[in-house]
Design a protein around this ligand. Sequence first.
Ligand SMILES: Nc1nc2c(ncn2[C@@H]2O[C@H](COP(=O)(O)OP(=O)(O)OP(=O)(O)O)[C@@H](O)[C@H]2O)c(=O)[nH]1
Length: 340
Amino acid sequence: MTKDGQRAPKDGRRKSKERHRAPQHGQRPRADGGPHRHTAVAARRSRDDAYRAGFVCFVGRPNAGKSTLTNAIVGQKIAITSNKPQTTRHVIRGILHKPDAQLVLVDTPGLHRPRTLLGTRLNDLVKEVWSEVDVLGVCFPADEPVGPGDRFIAAELAALKATVIAVVTKVDLVDPATLAQHLLAVGELHDFAEIVPVSAVSGHQVDRLTDVMIGYLPESPQLYPDDMLTDEPEHVLIGELIREAALEGVRDELPHSIAVLVEEIIPEDGLTKIYADVYVERDSQKAIVIGARGSRLRDVGTQARAEIEKLIGTRVYLDLHVRVAKEWQRDPRQLRRLGF
Ligand SMILES: Nc1nc2c(ncn2[C@@H]2O[C@H](COP(=O)(O)OP(=O)(O)OP(=O)(O)O)[C@@H](O)[C@H]2O)c(=O)[nH]1
């Protein structure tokens, strides 16, 4: 990036290729799983046990712990997490492979009362996913009392065809008596098929939750190849890692104003060059993200680069550019451009 924020000419840069192509959520993909599929799974399966596969979605109010739980189940950092509500914007899918089952996790933004066009789009997205999955895990954080946000979600559950399970998250943060009371309060919200307390941080009951959810999946052939952990395109995952780094330590109102668009990914010998734009809504926000003499943006770059290197396994050169897209959360054209 040059001093006035302009980029060098784009000559010679190739557009990135998406690594995996897979069907949209809810849509059954090819039974042969495409070119990477191993045949070993079929052989491992015992003839008596039905193989189960299907889609599971965690829902819940913002900050309920959905992304952390998704990561704990899939065992790799796929959905980004942060302690700011509404971090998750994209539907990100993690895939858990077991000898007798395949559990496909769809991660959604928290459902909330919308205040902007972005809010409305996010809620529509959440409901679209709900109508397509086999199991819905509604997350209730154990360290916060059941409140209006939870009741708002519970009221939306009645008409669904999916099996609805209550997941009481973050149980490591409360004592047994508080947990017991919380479980009772949750039980009164809806006629859940099961109520499972878990801690994604300590790992407590994560395996049990997985088994419970698999039990409610339909009998089905394997849906995805054995080695696939997510079918999100690489540029989306990279954009999310940059956004996560940009959210670190900024003022509370800023997270909702940050969006990231990865423009180009250029693999070279052992090095991947990544060019990305960080969008904010106002000039004042741009100054915050860049920091004094660019110090903050440098930190964001350093942190994001380390995470991206873990994800793609090569050294990374990261070029970040901060741009202002005025009021992008309310502007349909801008929202489309930013992928919403
Ligand atoms: N102690 C503890 N903290 C947790 C646990 N699960 C999540 N958290 C923390 O809670 C915060 C929110 O977690 P996320 O997984 O980002 O929540 P989310 O529901 O995906 O949030 P949105 O993206 O806003 O919808 C983060 O700071 C997590 O580290 C848990 O089991 N124990």
